[in-house]
Design a binder for this molecule. Structure first.
Ligand SMILES: C[N+](C)(C)CCCC[C@H](N)C(=O)O
Length: 246
C-alpha cells in the first residue's frame, strides 16, 4: 500500500476500476440468473418453495458450476483489461515522460483488438473458466450450508445470517480459486511481456520452479479481506431482490 501510494498517489488504488464496475452487473446477473434457473430446472422448486424443500448439495453444486462456467465468458474480456491496466505501474503523466501504453480501458481494449485480434480479448479465458467453474460450485454450496446451520428448518435466513454466510462463501471460494487466479493473470499478461508460456501447465510449472509453491497463494490475504464484505452484500442483495420481486 505504501509503495503504491508513494509511486502513484491515491489514484493508483483505483487503477482499472471503471471496467469492473461496468461489468459487475452483467457478470453477476449472468451468474445468479443461470444459477437459480439451473436450480429450478434440477429441482422443480421456486426460490420460495426451496425453504420448505431444500435442494441437495449436489444440485446446488451443479447449478453453481453451470453459472460459473457461463459467467466466465462474460467476465473474460473485462478481466483481461483490468489485469493489463493494474499491471501498468508507471507513475501518472509526468511532463516529458513517454505516455503509458494504455490510456484507459477503451484504449486498452482497442489496442489488444488491433494487436492480437478478437481472440486476444479472450486471452486467459480458458484459465478463467477453469478457475470459476468448480469454485463457484463451492461458493454456492458453502453459502447454502452456512445458511442452513444457522436457520431453523423451513425458515428464511435472517439478514445477519445471509451476510455472514455470503462473506464466508466468498472467502472459501477464493481460497480454492487463488492458485488458478495467479496462473490466469500471468497468462493474461503474457501477450504483453515477451514472455510466452507453452500453456497453462507450462505456466504453472515454471512459476512454481522460479518462485516456489507459495506463488499459488499470492494475494490471498488481501483478496479474502475484500471478498468478505463484497460477497456479504452480493448475497444480501440477491436474497432481498428475490423476496421482493420473486
Ligand atoms: C470464483 N471466484 C473465487 C473467482 C469468485 C467468487 C466470488 C465472486 C465475487 N464477484 C467476488 O469478486 O468476490
Amino acid at each position: 500500500m505504501v509503495k503504491t501510494y508513494r509511486h502513484e498517489s491515491l489514484l493508483g488504488f483505483f487503477k482499472g476500476m471503471s471496467f469492473p464496475i461496468a461489468s459487475i452487473a452483467v457478470v453477476n446477473s449472468v451468474l445468479f440468473g443461470v444459477y437459480s434457473n439451473a436450480l429450478l430446472a434440477l429441482t422443480a422448486t421456486s426460490h420460495q418453495e426451496r425453504r420448505a424443500q431444500p435442494p441437495s448439495y449436489t444440485h446446488v453444486f451443479i447449478a453453481g458450476c453451470t453459472g460459473g462456467f457461463l459467467q466466465a465468458y462474460c467476465l473474460a474480456p473485462f478481466d483481461l483489461i483490468k489485469v493489463r491496466l493494474q499491471n501498468q505501474t508507471e507513475p501518472r503523466a509526468k511532463p516529458g515522460s513517454p505516455p503509458p501504453r494504455y490510456r484507459g480501458p477503451m484504449h486498452c481494449a482497442a489496442s489488444i483488438f488491433q494487436a492480437e485480434g478478437p481472440r486476444g480479448l479472450f486471452r486467459g479465458a480458458w484459465a478463467l473458466t477453469l478457475r470459476d467453474t468448480p469454485t463457484l460450485g463451492i461458493y454456492f454450496v458453502t453459502y447454502e450450508w452456512l445458511c442452513r446451520q444457522f436457520t431453523p428448518d423451513g425458515q428464511t435466513p435472517s439478514s445477519g445470517t445471509v451476510l455472514v454466510a455470503g462473506g464466508f462463501a466468498g472467502i472459501t471460494s477464493w481460497v480454492a480459486a487463488t492458485p488458478l487466479d495467479v496462473i490466469k493473470s500471468r497468462m493474461q499478461m503474457a501477450g504483453l511481456k515477451q514472455r510466452a508460456y507453452g500453456g497453462l501447465l507450462d505456466c504453472m510449472v515454471s512459476s512454481a520452479r522460479q518462485e516456489g509453491l507459495g506463488v499459488f497463494f499470492r494475494g490471498l490475504t488481501i483478496n479474502s479481506a475484500r471478498a468478505f464484505p463484497v460477497n456479504a452484500v452480493t448475497f444480501l442483495s440477491y436474497e432481498h431482490l428475490l423476496l421482493s420481486w420473486g
